[in-house]
Ligand binder design. Structure first.
Ligand code: ATP
Ligand code: MG
Length: 251
């Protein structure tokens, strides 16, 4: 049984078929990369998965539970959490306060039974553990907006982790990063795979081939193929369609 399954998903923008009957599964413990040229429909697919956009047809299932009709916040409760192509940290708050807001937002019923002080203590501990998890402990009291780009993206990942996701959606986490920042993000993503499945959209093919167990190639809204890195690399259609257009530029 797959952790996550998409069946026959369709999204139209006027006359444009941005998501064209997409089928896809993500297995437990898998880093599944979603690649494809600019405009292939990758972000649209993530928006459909996270509930930001309603599909025109098709189904989304977590553990065989149909979540197609659930609003975005209830999908988070069902185990989905995402990072955005554009970072959404509160730039004027400290790293710690950003994390506190995130852990408070996801503090479940367990917290309700704790006395106020031990509840607060538990939240602080969770926020500190998340900072540690993404390598930001030393920046605890720094204003988030003053962090380097790579550290802001790491904070964004930590905010998504506050929801304790079973499936983490990452939309171009390496975008705009230098080689050192990219390497740190690759290591962070690799360290998460034992705890959750990850759907990774990324143009940095070195990072994709290093991290992904399987890849799905999306072209003009359609799944061209799903396979291992070797299968994708060796597929003539992928070389023609994807790698051929990749030279035109990244977003
Ligand atoms: N809200 C919208 N309204 C109309 N068209 C849209 C909308 N969002 C996306 N599109 C179109 O749908 C297609 C897929 O866009 P999408 O952003 O999903 O591609 P992408 O694969 O994420 O591209 P990139 O690699 O540049 O991020 C594009 O042709 C885009 O112009
Ligand atoms: Mg995109």
């Amino acid at each position: 049984m797959s952790l996550f399954r998409i069946e026959g998903l369709v999204k139209r923008f006027g006359g444009l078929l941005a998501t064209d009957h997409v089928d896809l599964t993500v297995e437990q413990g898998e880093v599944h990369a979603l690649i494809g040229p600019n405009g292939a429909g990758k972000t649209t697919l993530v928006n459909l998965i996270s509930g930001l956009l309603p599909p025109d047809a098709g189904r989304l299932l977590i553990d065989e539970r149909d979540i197609t009709a659930l609003p975005a916040h209830q999908r988070v409760g069902a185990g989905l959490s995402r990072c955005f192509q554009v970072t959404r940290v509160f730039a004027r708050e400290t790293v710690h306060d950003n994390l506190m807001l995130a852990v408070q937002a996801h503090a479940g019923s367990s917290m309700r039974f704790l006395a106020a002080r031990s509840g607060e203590r538990a939240l602080v501990e969770q926020a500190e553990a998340l900072a540690e998890r993404v390598g930001l402990s030393a920046e605890r009291d720094r204003i988030a907006g003053t962090l380097p780009h790579g550290a802001q993206r790491a904070l964004d990942v930590a905010l998504a982790l506050a929801a304790k996701p079973r499936l983490l959606l990452l939309d171009e986490p390496m975008a705009g990063m230098g080689p050192d920042e990219s390497a740190r993000m690759v290591a962070l993503i690799a360290s998460l795979r034992s705890e959750m499945a990850i759907l990774l959209i990324e143009h940095d093919m070195d990072a994709v081939f290093r991290l992904a167990n399987r890849l799905t190639v999306l072209v003009q809204g359609r799944v061209l193929m799903t396979g291992t890195a070797d299968e994708v690399r060796g597929h003539p259609d992928v070389q023609a369609v994807y790698l051929g257009t990749e030279a035109e530029g990244h977003s």
